[in-house]
Design a binder for this molecule. Structure first.
Ligand code: AMP
Length: 291
């Protein structure tokens, strides 16, 4: 695996691979890699000729009171994992290289960026779209892989790619969970054993909503109420939002007949966790019943 530290050296390495006729799959990450990240890398391996991974804890997507300073940084271990996955290129730039003094250009997907996590994390998605746009220019990937775990991010990146004509295909990979259902996240490392148990309330709330939807409930209001009730049963967990929205526009929907994204964010202690489930519309989910 080649490790590239500057945008210019990464651009050159990627250009060489393009020149050789190889299709590049890009997996952007902030490191502290876990099985969720590795699932994206394996998908990239299967669908492209050369896999590029970026590890960059992007300061632009953290708010002033968020966990930028304490975000886990485990580059040495990450490199071993990436070597084992036969990644071709690792891009691990410094803040200065990504944002030289005087950098004042940003990419914003208006509207969507203020929804879900964007409401409680102002500026977060502007940071995400700006860094992803830069990565797309540096790598010029044929394919880029993102996790459904960050459902709003997926919607926003897809909108950016469409609106700005980035010549890249976005591949969305399913959420990887621990055995008990907790969605894998680098931030799970912040949880002590008690909080780790409390954190399961997020998954439980989504499963409750999924079950209700499976048994015919269509009203968003009823589903949200049921999901919030599950969170409220766990006193260690403070809800940020529990919403049912259109997965592409992130607009609230009043019923789930045509499918919907159910998204939850909550604090366990000072750790903010997110999770979601996609409910499929009646016509998408099962064969028509007979008789
Ligand atoms: P992060 O390092 O948290 O910025 O995540 C990098 C990429 O990995 C994003 O596209 C995430 O959506 C994806 N990802 C993180 N956790 C998971 C997970 N549990 N399952 C699937 N993808 C994930």
């Amino acid at each position: 695996m080649k490790i590239l530290k500057t945008p210019d050296s990464m651009y050159a390495a990627c250009a060489q691979r393009h020149h050789d006729g190889r299709r590049i799959g890009l997996v952007p990450t902030m490191g502290a890699l876990h099985e969720g990240h590795l699932s994206l890398i394996r998908a990239a391996r299967a669908q492209s000729d050369a896999v590029a991974v970026s590890i960059f804890v992007n300061p632009l997507q953290f708010g002033p009171n968020e966990d930028l300073a304490k975000y886990p940084r485990t580059l040495e271990r990450d490199c071993q994992l990436l070597e084992a996955e036969k990644v071709d290129l690792l891009f691990a730039p410094s803040n200065q290289d990504m944002y030289p003094a005087g950098a004042t250009t940003f990419v914003t997907v208006e509207g969507l960026s203020e929804r879900l996590c964007g409401r409680s994390r102002p500026g977060h998605f502007r940071g995400v779209t700006t860094v992803v746009a830069k990565l797309f220019h540096i790598v010029e990937p044929d394919l880029a892989f993102f996790g459904q775990k960050d459902a709003a991010q997926v919607a926003i990146i897809c909108r950016m790619v469409r609106d700005l004509n980035f010549p890249v295909r976005i591949v969305i990979c399913p959420i990887v969970r621990e055995k008990d259902g907790l969605a894998m996240s680098s931030r799970n490392a912040y949880l002590d054993p008690q909080q780790r148990k409390q954190a399961l309330a997020l998954y439980r709330s989504l499963m409750r909503v999924q079950t209700l939807a499976d048994t015919g409930e269509r009203s968003t209001a009823k589903l949200v109420e049921a999901g919030k009730d599950v969170i409220a049963e766990e006193p260690g967990v403070r809800l940020d939002y529990f919403e049912v929205v259109n997965p592409e526009t992130l607009d609230p929907v009043s019923d789930i007949s045509h499918g919907a994204l159910v998204a939850v964010a909550a604090f366990v202690g000072s750790t903010r966790l997110i999770d979601n489930v996609v409910l499929h519309g009646a016509s998408e989910s099962r064969e028509p019943s007979v008789g």
